[in-house]
Ligand binder design. Structure first.
Ligand code: MN
Length: 249
C-alpha cells in the first residue's frame, strides 16, 4: 500500500519503521520539515526502492527557517517531490502568515521555474490562501493536499483546480473528515499517516498503519476492500511525475 505523507526522520528509531514498511511492501513519501534535514532524511532511504524523499519547509517553521530558502533552491534539482510545504492559519501560527506566505510563494515559484514537482501540502486553517497561491503558480506541479480540513466549498474549489488528496486514519476518524472524503474524486486520493505526529490509541502511527483508512474509503465509494485497494494502487501509478512514476511495479 501507500503512505504518501510520513516524517520518517522524526521517529526515535527510523530504521525500524523503514524495515517494517519495507517488509510490508509499502510505498512511502518521506517528507521533511526543513531544507537542512533533506540530505540526512534522503540517506535514511538509501537502497529502499519504495521510498521517495521530499524536500520541504513546514509552514509552522517558516518564521524560523526562511533563511534556508537558498538551500531549498540548491537542492530542488535532486528530487521530484516537494513537501511538507503550505500555510497554517491556526491560532499559534496565524501571526506568522506574512512570512509563511512569502516562503510558500517562493517555493511554488521555484517549482514552477523547474517545470513542476509533486507537492505534499499542509493547509490547516488556510485552505483558501493555499488555493490562491496554487492558482498564482499553475506550473508549480501536482498539488496533493494532505489531511484536508477546509470547508466543503474550499474542497470543491480544490477539486476544480486539479488538486489530489492524501487521507489517513486520523482524518477519517472524524465525521467532518469522512464528509470531505466522500466529496473527493476517487481517482485523486492516496493514503497517508502523517506519522509520527498523527496518533491513534495513544501511539504514533507509521506507514504500516495507513491501511486503517481503507474501510472508510470503501464505504465512501461503495467499493469492496479489494476494489478500494485496486483504486488506490492505480492512483499511485497514475500520479504523473517526471522523469519516472512514483511506483514502477
Ligand atoms: Mn506532516
Amino acid at each position: 500500500m501507500i503512505d504518501f505523507h510520513c516524517h520518517l526522520d522524526l521517529y526515535p528509531k527510523p530504521d525500524e519503521v523503514i524495515a517494517r514498511a519495507s517488509k510490508a511492501g509499502i510505498y512511502v513519501l518521506s517528507v521533511t520539515t526543513t531544507p537542512k534535514a533533506f540530505p540526512g532524511t534522503k540517506r535514511l532511504a538509501a537502497g529502499q526502492k519504495r521510498i521517495r524523499t521530499a524536500l520541504g519547509l513546514h509552514p509552522q517553521l517558516a518564521h524560523e527557517r526562511h533563511t534556508e530558502l537558498g538551500l531549498f533552491d540548491l537542492m530542488l534539482p535532486e528530487t521530484n517531490y516537494v513537501g511538507e510545504i503550505g500555510l497554517d492559519g491556526s491560532a499559534p501560527f496565524k501571526k506568522h502568515m506574512n512570512i509563511q506566505t512569502r516562503v510558500f510563494r517562493h517555493i511554488l515559484n521555484s517549482c514552477q521555474a523547474a517545470d513542476g514537482r509533486t507537492l505534499s501540502i499542509h493547509s490547516r486553517g488556510a485552505a483558501g490562501r493555499v488555493l490562491d497561491a496554487l492558482e498564482e503558480f499553475p506550473g508549480s506541479g501536482l498539488a496533493i493536499l494532505h489531511w484536508f480540513s477546509g470547508s466543503m466549498k474550499e474542497l470543491e474549489r480544490a477539486v476544480a483546480i486539479g488538486c489530489w488528496f492524501s487521507v489517513g486514519p486520523a482524518m477519517t476518524s472524524s465525521a467532518a473528515g469522512r464528509e470531505r472524503v466522500e466529496s473527493m474524486p476517487q481517482d485523486r486520493v492516496l493514503l497517508e499517516t502523517d506519522g509520527p505526529f498523527a496518533m491513534q490509541g495513544g501511539k504514533s502511527m507509521e506507514p504500516i498503519h495507513a491501511s486503517r483508512a481503507i474501510g472508510v474509503l470503501a464505504d465512501a465509494w461503495n467499493f469492496s476492500i479489494p476494489e478500494t485497494k485496486n483504486q488506490l494502487r492505480s492512483n499511485l501509478k497514475n500520479l504523473g511525475t517526471r522523469p519516472q512514476s512514483f511506483c514502477q511495479e
